[in-house]
Design a protein around this ligand. Sequence first.
Ligand SMILES: Nc1nc2c(ncn2[C@@H]2O[C@H](COP(=O)(O)OP(=O)(O)OP(=O)(O)O)[C@@H](O)[C@H]2O)c(=O)[nH]1
Length: 323
Amino acid sequence: MFETDQWAFSGVDGKISLHKWQKIIDLITGLFSAPSGYIVQATSKGYRVVIKSNEGGSHFETNPILSPHTPLFCKYVVQSNNIVYVNAASKSEAWNTLPEVVEDGVESYLGLPIHWPQGQIFGTLCLKDTKKTSYTDEYFELIEQLRDLIEDDLALINSFEQMREVAMLDALTNIYNRRALILLAQQKLSLAFRLGFDVCCLFIDVNDFKKLNDTCGHEVGDKALIILAVTLKAHLRDADIVGRLGGDEFVAVMQVNDKNKLNGITNKISTEYSKALVKSDICDLSLSIGYSFTESKKQSFETLLNSADQAMYKNKLSKKRDK
Ligand SMILES: Nc1nc2c(ncn2[C@@H]2O[C@H](COP(=O)(O)OP(=O)(O)OP(=O)(O)O)[C@@H](O)[C@H]2O)c(=O)[nH]1
């Protein structure tokens, strides 16, 4: 699901054509003969102008974030979840102390709430004028229709995000599935060859996992897999690609600056996994971990993965021998 309390568009976003929203704002400001129009997003962190009209009367820049405590007309739209229309702000005691009125000379404000498909507020669609206005019912109907077009786009992004999650995430552990992992890892390798950094592929396999399923049940087995995914996410960096290949096999693909640190990282993962299992009252499970590094010449992710798999297998055999 789309994270509705996050800033939705920082700059141009491929998921939606902000160009279309720009056209809507320019069209409205033109039709209403208003000097400025905006689409503003509101989150718990404050307000951010996503689109402003190109007409030149805009006082707020796109992208800078205004604190949630800033007294703004938009804030009243969001709080009331209703249309706010003020046509002669300087004459109204309720509005004439707002900085937008005192400092920017706004006399007329019309703002409508924009909603995410589940009904939460996305932000506002608003128009400001330095003159008194008297918009007719037709104007209201028109701006409401245009607001609905923006809401249709938000519904589209939301379903796109849901589909993306279904297609890319492993349903049990919520980390990347095999397909997404391979795709993203291949992209990381291309970048690494272009920019000249080293990439490491970690192959992680749970030892005697079948035994856990057989003795404690499939549900406990599932829990142990979820804990491994959480442990990997917690002890690797955000930029690392962490995925489940299938069964009890997990893979992490990461940029490395110091190859000597890898043993420390794999030991840390193993000890933290044991600790997390104990915390959840699951009997201790050990991990076999192998890794491989990119070579200077171009190579496919498949080759890198196979080398890491072989290294993991060696590690597993040595553990079995030591038993
Ligand atoms: N609970 C649970 N078990 C799964 C899932 N996917 C695969 N498995 C089981 O994981 C087990 C993996 O078994 P093996 O590949 O033999 O691995 P192992 O028992 O860890 O043996 P070694 O790797 O040799 O230590 C199989 O019994 C699968 O049925 C899952 O999503 N949940």
